[in-house]
Every structure is written in C-alpha cells, then in structure tokens.
Design a protein around this ligand. Structure first.
Ligand SMILES: Cc1cc2nc3c(=O)[nH]c(=O)nc-3n(C[C@H](O)[C@H](O)[C@H](O)COP(=O)(O)O)c2cc1C
Length: 366
C-alpha cells in the first residue's frame, strides 16, 4: 500500500493518512473573526475529500495581529462557541482539524488593525510599507499571553490540535530573523536570544493546553532575504523544537508570498523546501510535515519513502480540488493546480477560489 494512505499519530492526534491541508487564509470570517457558514462548508468538503488533517487559515490571537478584514479570529472567549460548531461539523464529516494561530506583526493591513503595526524592531517590510513600532517588554509579555489564551480556546472549541504560525514574515518569524530583529536586549542578538519569543510562546501555550494536546509549528526555516534566516539557521531552529515542547514541525519559508512559488509544472520543481527537510531529518525526531509545491502522487510517495517527511501538506491544489486525496487514491496522478497564484481573494471580495479555466493537466507527464 502507498505510504500516503498509511495512518500516523502525532501525539494524541490520529490521522487516517499522510495528507495535510496546509493553513490557507480563506477570508471567510466576519468582521469579528467569527467563521461564516461558507467556511464550515469548505472544511467539510475537505474532510469528505479525504485529507487526513485540515489546518485552518491563520487566526489572530489579538486585534493588533489581525492581518486583514475577513481573517479568522481566536482572540476572545466569544469565539469559542462559533468555532465549536465548525469542529463539530468537521468531525461529523469524518475529518480532523487543527487551528493555526498567528499574530500578523508588521505585515498586517493598518486598516484591519486600527493602530500601529507591531514588530521586534522598527524596520519596515519594504520601502512602501509603514514603519512598525518596536515592542516594549510589557507588550511582548502580553502577546505571549495572547498566544497562550488563544491556544486554550482552540482546545476548548474542539480542535484536534493547534498550530503556531512561525513562518512567512509574521510576528514570530520577525523575532527569529536577524533581518527584522535588531534588538540588543534579551529578545534579540544571537539566534538563541532571537528564539526566546518563540520559546516563551511555546511554553505558555503548553502550560494552558496541557501535556496531552498536540501543538504543531509551521516554521519559516529560511527567509530568502538579505541578512535573513538561512537554511542552516532553519535546521538549527528545528533542532530545538522538541525541547520547546512541539509535537511536529511543518517546514516552510519565505517572507509574505515568498512561501507560494508560482508555476510548479515539473516534478523537479515540487517540494521546494525538501533540501531543508532532508537536513532536518538528522536534527530532530519530531514528525516532519513538508509543504511547498507538492503536486504529483509519485513525488509525494518518493518523499515519504525516502523518509525526509512523514506527512505532505498542500494548499493551492486543495483550493482547486478539495477531494484530491480521494482522487489520488482512485488513480489520479497529479493535481490539476498550475500554481498561478490567482486564488487569493480579489479586491473587495471575500473568499478564495481557483480561477484557472485551462485544460485539465492531470494526465500530463513531466
Ligand atoms: C490563498 C492562500 C492563503 C494562504 N494562507 C496561509 C495561512 O493562513 N497560513 C500559512 O501558514 N500559510 C498560508 N499560505 C501558504 C500555504 O499554506 C503554503 O505554505 C504555500 O501555498 C505552499 O504550498 P502549495 O504549493 O501547496 O500551495 C497561503 C497560501 C495561499 C495561496
């Protein structure tokens, strides 16, 4: 039997197969971060489509970390009940679901935050972006608390696991990276000091959710920017994740949309963080989830068989084909996604969708 369809456990989380739906900001929540009915339907379609674990789009842990209107939230007790309805529906549909929690930091839309953007150092994302405010000690401690409280709500709302977003240029990634963390106090400087924020978030989350609850991380293991995190830094961070209390690591990288490479059409373009996963395998015993351009069944099987990852994670292909795991089980060789990156919400619209109307390329050979 293909390893893709073998069950696996991550702590107390039991998955029926190795397919993960990577966190995908669906832009289907209301102005308060509450899930719209359409979002619940999206998750149920994924569950029915056979994916082993659904990871929600990132949910903000505090209003200061809301990336944009339409983003999901877990910043307040009032969110528990609406999310309980979602997890119940997904479980009813036979699925497993984790929530990804995040603080957008300097990448938030100022209109969605309604205040200053926050970051470890007052360094703008780029020349056109607003200058963020440097966090003081008290606010840092408050944000660690916000992650922990949000994780507690995730558990209470019936999610099967929580994933901390430590990638793509958001707050945790900006602490980890020397390109965005220029602090000279206990929260910056050497790699171990830059990791302190993540370490304290992990400890506070564990304290709230307890030892038996699966806590995952999506890690930005490489930044692809000048003076940013290198592959070697990423592997070094991964080496410490088990001690921080994580149960699994999803390996990603890039700042903003740098995680989402366009035009993946050949198998040698697939799995663009695979070189890091191969090194990480020797640095950690944690289960490894690999994301980034995975499209063909053959490539995914090869990665699982060689042991570089334990699970494969997909985002864009599952926007186009939510039932891809079932389709592949029934013989489809390749996702029909062409990685055109047109699936993000369009100006003034809610929701994501695939706009590609070209020929079905699933039968094409590489
Ligand atoms: C529309 C869209 C929304 C995304 N939202 C998130 C998110 O909320 N959290 C996250 O960690 N990554 C997010 N990503 C990145 C994906 O999870 C994934 O890492 C990336 O797209 C590469 O995987 P793929 O080639 O299978 O699409 C998003 C990507 C897209 C296209």
């Amino acid at each position: 039997m293909s390893k893709l369809y073998e069950p696996i456990s991550v702590g107390s989380l039991e998955m029926g197969n190795r397919f993960v739906r990577s966190a995908t900001a669906e832009s289907l929540s209301d102005g308060e971060g509450r899930p719209l009915l359409e979002l619940s339907k999206t998750y149920c379609a994924l569950a029915e489509g056979g994916v082993g674990l659904i990871i929600t789009g990132h949910a903000y842990v505090a209003g200061s970390g809301r990336c944009r209107v339409g983003m999901s939230g877990m910043h307040d007790e009032s969110l528990i009940s609406p999310w309980q309805n979602v997890t119940a529906a997904v479980h009813e549909a036979g699925g497993k679901i984790a929530m990804q929690i995040n603080h957008g930091g300097r990448q938030c839309d100022p209109a969605a935050v309604g205040g200053p953007l926050l970051a470890p150092s007052p360094i703008s994302l780029n020349a056109d972006a607003p200058r963020p405010v440097e966090l003081n000690e008290r606010d840092i401690v408050g944000l660690i608390r916000a992650f922990a409280d949000a994780a507690g709500r995730v558990r209470e709302a019936g999610f099967d696991a929580v994933q901390i977003h430590g990638a793509h240029g958001y707050l945790i990634n900006t602490f980890n990276s020397p390109a965005s963390n220029w602090r000279r106090d206990a929260w910056g400087g050497s790699l171990s000091r830059r990791l302190r924020f993540l370490e304290e978030v992990a400890a506070a989350v564990r304290d709230v959710v307890g030892t038996d609850y699966p806590v995952l991380i999506k890690l930005g293991a490489v930044d692809f920017v000048r003076n940013g995190l290198t592959e070697n830094d990423g592997v070094e961070i991964i080496r410490h994740l088990a001690d921080m209390g994580f149960d699994a690591v999803e390996i990603s990288g890039g700042i903003g949309q740098g995680s989402t490479r366009a035009g993946i059409l050949r198998s040698d373009q697939e799995g663009y963080f695979l070189p890091i996963a191969r090194k990480a395998r020797y640095a950690t015993d944690l289960p490894i989830i690999l994301v980034g351009g995975l499209r063909s069944r053959e490539r995914m099987e090869q990665i699982l068989d060689e042991g570089s990852a334990d699970m494969v994670s997909l985002c864009r292909p599952l926007i186009r084909e939510p039932d891809l795991p079932n389709r592949m089980r029934d013989g489809q060789e390749r996702a029909t996604c062409i990685s055109c990156n047109q699936c993000r919400p369009r100006e003034g619209e809610l929701g994501i969708s695939c706009h590609y109307r070209g020929p079905d390329t699933s039968g094409e050979s590489d």
